[in-house]
Design a protein around this ligand. Sequence first.
Ligand SMILES: NC(=O)c1ccc[n+]([C@@H]2O[C@H](COP(=O)([O-])OP(=O)(O)OC[C@H]3O[C@@H](n4cnc5c(N)ncnc54)[C@H](OP(=O)(O)O)[C@@H]3O)[C@@H](O)[C@H]2O)c1
Length: 209
Amino acid sequence: MTSYLVTGASRGIGLGLVQSLVKDPENLVAQEVDQLLPNGLDYLVNNAGISRQLLVTYDDFNYDHLTEELRLNTVCMIKLLGAFKPIISRSTEKKIVTMSSLLASIELSVTCPLIGRSYGIAKAALNMTTRKWIIGNRDSGITGVLIHPGVVRTDMGTPLAEFFKAIGYNGDVLTVDESVHYIRKIVDDPSRFSESVRFCSYKGPDLPF
Ligand SMILES: NC(=O)c1ccc[n+]([C@@H]2O[C@H](COP(=O)([O-])OP(=O)(O)OC[C@H]3O[C@@H](n4cnc5c(N)ncnc54)[C@H](OP(=O)(O)O)[C@@H]3O)[C@@H](O)[C@H]2O)c1
C-alpha cells in the first residue's frame, strides 16, 4: 500500500490529484498521518500555493503580499519538510513532490518578464529550498522532484491563462484532470526522482532553473 499526503487539496490541482489517487484502491491518502502510517509516508506532495499579485509591477509592489507568498510557498515548505522528515524517512518510497511553476525559472524569466514578479521570487526560493533540503538530507535516502503542472484552469491559473490569451500566447491551457494526468505520469515514474531534484514540466523536457 502506497501513502500520499497532499497539501492544498481543498480545490484546484490538489483536489484533482487526491480524487485521482483515491481511485486506486492500493493507495492510502493520509489525513491523520502518524496513526495511519506505521510504515511511514511514501509521498509528501507539497501542492499548496498562493499568488497574490500576478500582474503587479515593481512600481506598484505590495510588500505584504510578497511576504505572504514567501511564507506560504517557501517558509511553510521548510517547516513541512522538517515536520515530516521522520515519517518520510521510515517509508519505502521516501519521495517529495513539490509543485513549482514555470515562473520560478530564472533562466526563462526573460521570456515572461511581465507576470509573476512576486510569485516567481517565492517559487524560485521554493525550488532552492527543495533542492538544498533534499541534498542536505541525502543520508535519509529521500529523493524529490519539482513539477510545473502547466497553465491550469483553477482559481490561481485562470487569470494566468487570460493574461497569456491577451498577449497572443497559443500554448496549452489545461483542465485540472489533464494536469493531474501529466502530474501522475511524473509522480509514478521513479526515474524522475533524484537527490539533485529535477525541474520537470508537465510534458516535454526538464525546465532550466
Ligand atoms: N494553476 C496553474 O496554472 C499553476 C501553474 C503553475 C504552478 N501552479 C502551482 O500548483 C499548485 C496548485 O495550484 P492551483 O492552481 O490548484 O491553486 P488554487 O486553485 O488556488 O488552490 C490552492 C490550494 O492551496 C491551498 N492553500 C492556499 N493557502 C494556504 C494556506 N495558507 N495553508 C494551507 N493551504 C493553503 C488552498 O486551500 P484553501 O482552499 O483553504 O485556500 C487550495 O487548496 C500551487 O503550488 C501553484 O503555485 C499552478
